[in-house]
Design a protein around this ligand. Structure first.
Ligand code: GUN
Length: 276
């Protein structure tokens, strides 16, 4: 088991050490709409920031009040606010809002999610100038820390979202893996996955990846988190995979804590750069 809970504590500590001149890094969190999973994620981020001694300011906007111009106006105010080091707009946004337009109104240096077109694009060119998307960044930190070799390995990323699949694929490519991106239209997904030395499961489907998809000894990273009808949490990967994988991230306690640790690191770096 690749323990994201223990590992993330190291990155939280490193983020705390980055603090200079007693300036406490501050993240603005914007939650739009009533998505219950998003509420849980946002509360968790705020809680963990508080525990680490970081500040956050939350802005809750109901679907009824969610007007594009108003949201962009709020973001522009936060862009100019010297107290704010990072701005996070929790995704997905309610239907009818233009996600790209809203995200791209965040100023580059405060894009701690790494979702802006420029920041995502800089992964493709290998510049790594600003923040790297937190979930893929956390997964790379985990793979490096556990000493998992990537060069020349077959990596299959299941999912092509801007949040996980695309940045994850670019990062694995920079680490010299041979990368395949699979998605809902991919044919022969099972055979593709069976060829993976590293499998990143970010399909958003509960327990979709079963042991038949896995090559013996493969490293399996489970990005999903779902609540089952019995109230228990599960990932995109079925429990039986642990018997065949060489390494696996648990749910909860795998990728989730790493994502938040990287958000903290990105916020601390943004504050550090601003004060230099
Ligand atoms: N929704 C799911 N994951 C994320 C994330 O890492 N950041 C934001 N802003 N929204 C998300």
């Amino acid at each position: 088991m690749l323990d994201g809970k223990i590992l993330s504590a190291n990155f939280v500590e490193q983020s705390q050490n980055l603090r200079r001149d007693k300036k406490i890094p501050c993240l603005a969190v914007i939650l739009i709409g009533e998505d219950s999973a998003s509420k849980v994620y946002v509360n968790n981020k705020i809680k963990i920031f508080k525990e680490a001694g970081f500040e956050s300011k939350s802005f809750l906007i109901s679907s009824d009040e969610a007007h594009e111009e108003k949201i962009i106006e709020l973001i522009q105010t936060l862009n100019h606010d010297k107290q704010i080091d990072g701005i996070l707009v929790q995704l997905p946004l309610p239907k009818g809002l233009n996600t790209e337009k809203i995200l791209n109104s965040i100023t580059l240096s405060k894009d701690v999610d790494g979702f802006l077109a420029h920041n995502l694009g800089s992964l493709a060119t290998g510049e790594f100038k600003n923040a790297i998307a937190c979930t893929p960044f956390g997964i790379m930190a985990m793979l490096f820390t556990y000493g998992i070799p990537l060069s020349g390995k077959n990596a299959v990323v299941v999912g092509r979202s801007n949040i996980v699949g695309k940045p994850m694929s670019l990062l694995l490519l920079s680490a010299d893996a041979t990368v395949t991106i699979a998605h809902s239209k991919t044919q022969n997904l099972k055979q593709l996955c069976q060829n993976a030395d590293i499998l990143i499961a970010a399909a958003g489907q509960p327990e979709f990846i079963t042991s038949e998809y896995i090559k013996s000894g493969a490293v399996v990273i489970d990005v999903g988190i779902h609540r089952k009808s019995d109230g228990k949490l599960c990932g995109d990967v079925g429990f039986d995979v642990k018997n065949i994988a060489g390494a696996l991230t648990p749910v909860p306690g795998g990728v989730g804590p790493m994502t938040i640790a990287m958000l903290m690191l990105n916020t601390a770096l943004s504050a550090w750069n601003k004060n230099n």
